[in-house]
Design a protein around this ligand. Structure first.
Ligand code: UD1
Ligand code: UDP
Length: 369
């Protein structure tokens, strides 16, 4: 038996680890132990409920308005005890959050091999996304197994002289999406059932990146508000991240504006089916850039760069920056120019076939751990 300890803490890590955890749990050669840091509390619980996952350990680190240093110090101390106790043969971490990079370091300091799920993504800009670009580089230096979603990600690792135990697996987010997308889905949230998807251009909007907090976020929100005020057939659904800093800006800019629906974060089943029904996605999220293209939905990314160029090259995703004029012009261009819209609607799936988790487990089981 291989004892695998999986550690995660935020919503996207939980969603992308969930299909892998389900497969680890049922594998006869694996003893799967699950630890959440709860860097996110409510938003991670929603994912655990959706996929029916009960962690063996919960580090309960989240506090309102936590700093990165808070996350690091609590994770270091609390995870160290668990790793010493559990003595896993491998620790799996996901992506680029502070939970992931700190957990990789704690495993390394205990001389336990690390497997990095979603390896090899880069912007090559130290401060954007911040602190994620450096988090993922730290993990790449530490990791013994690198599970790269795409060939491009594997080539990036190769360019950094990381050549051993690199596996191109696809992204586990596609495994997760396939587990929850349904035809003719009826929402649990009644407000979503009242949206007129046939006669209105319903845009799904999310925004949470640390580097967008402050002026960029105010500019992005203001551009969206003005588009809605000027166009009666446009409606926005914005499930707001629980970070209070975002909520303050959203409540200020969008206060009292009709056809801008500010709602609580949706559970993953509701969210992915909303993505499937909407007209357009505007976001600064990483995971949504991977999911929406496979549903054939155009994505406008309110950031200045992306570590996910594959769907940009395929024409389904466009980077539109964070300036008011640019954001407004680019969203209007896709909303009101049918040929532009249609050209972005091709369903492309550069991120996987839904079997990434199985490939990751094969690599672990066939290794010399
Ligand atoms: C984190 C990750 C980011 C990832 C994002 C996904 C880091 C440094 N950042 O950023 O890479 O893209 O998650 O969403 O690892 N909060 C709650 N309840 C929750 C979740 C958050 O109240 O369930 C509030 C808390 O006040 C918390 C704040 O949101 O302090 C910010 O959360 P945090 O994890 O520090 O930063 P994110 O911006 O979510
Ligand atoms: N998501 C969700 N409910 C929401 C908003 C997003 O389930 O209300 C999912 C989304 O489908 C994607 C993930 O959360 O899988 C993305 O998380 P987020 O944007 O917070 O983080 P990022 O991917 O940017 O790190």
């Amino acid at each position: 038996m291989i004892r695998v300890l999986s550690v995660f803490g935020t919503r996207p890590e939980a969603i992308k680890m969930a299909p892998l955890l389900k497969k680890l749990e049922s594998h006869s050669d694996i003893e799967s132990i699950v630890c959440t840091t709860s860097q996110h509390k409510e938003m991670i619980q929603s994912v655990l409920d959706t996929f029916n996952i009960v962690p063996d350990f919960d580090l309960e680190i989240m506090t309102p308005n936590q700093t990165i240093i808070d996350i690091i110090t609590k994770t270091f101390n609390r995870l160290d005890k668990i790793i010493k106790d559990v003595q896993p043969q491998i620790v799996l971490v996901h992506g680029d959050t502070t939970t992931a990079s700190t957990s990789a370091q704690v495993a390394f300091l205990n001389q336990i091999p690390v497997g990095h799920v979603e390896a090899g993504l880069r912007t090559n800009n130290k401060y954007s996304p911040f602190p994620e670009e450096i988090n993922r580089r730290i993990i790449s230096i530490i990791a013994d197994f690198h599970f790269a979603p795409t060939l491009k990600n594997a080539q990036q690792l190769n360019d950094e002289s990381i050549k051993e135990n690199v596996f191109v697996t696809g992204n586990t987010v596609i495994d997760a999406l396939m587990m929850v997308s349904k035809e003719n889905y009826v929402f649990e949230n009644n407000k979503l059932n009242t949206l007129d998807f046939d006669n209105k251009k319903v845009c799904l909007f999310t925004c949470h990146r640390r580097e967008n907090l402050g002026l960029p976020m105010t500019n992005i929100f203001s551009a969206i508000k003005d588009i809605v005020l000027e166009n009666k057939d446009v409606e926005i659904v914005f499930p707001i991240h629980m970070n209070p800093k975002i909520r303050i800006i959203a409540n200020k800019v969008f206060d009292g504006i009709e056809r801008i629906n500010l709602i609580e974060p949706l559970n993953y089943v509701e969210f992915s089916n909303l993505m499937n029904k909407c007209y357009l996605v505007v976001t600064d999220s990483g995971g949504i850039q991977e999911e929406a293209p496979s549903l054939g939905k155009p994505v406008l990314v309110v950031r200045t760069e992306t570590e996910r160029p594959e769907a940009v090259e395929a024409g389904t995703v466009k980077i539109i920056g964070v300036d008011y004029d640019n954001v407004k012009r680019e969203i209007e261009n896709v909303l009101f120019n049918e040929s532009v819209y249609n050209s972005m609607c091709n369903a492309t799936n550069p991120y996987g076939d839904g079997n990434a988790s199985a490939r990751i487990i094969d690599a672990i089981v066939n290794s010399e751990l």
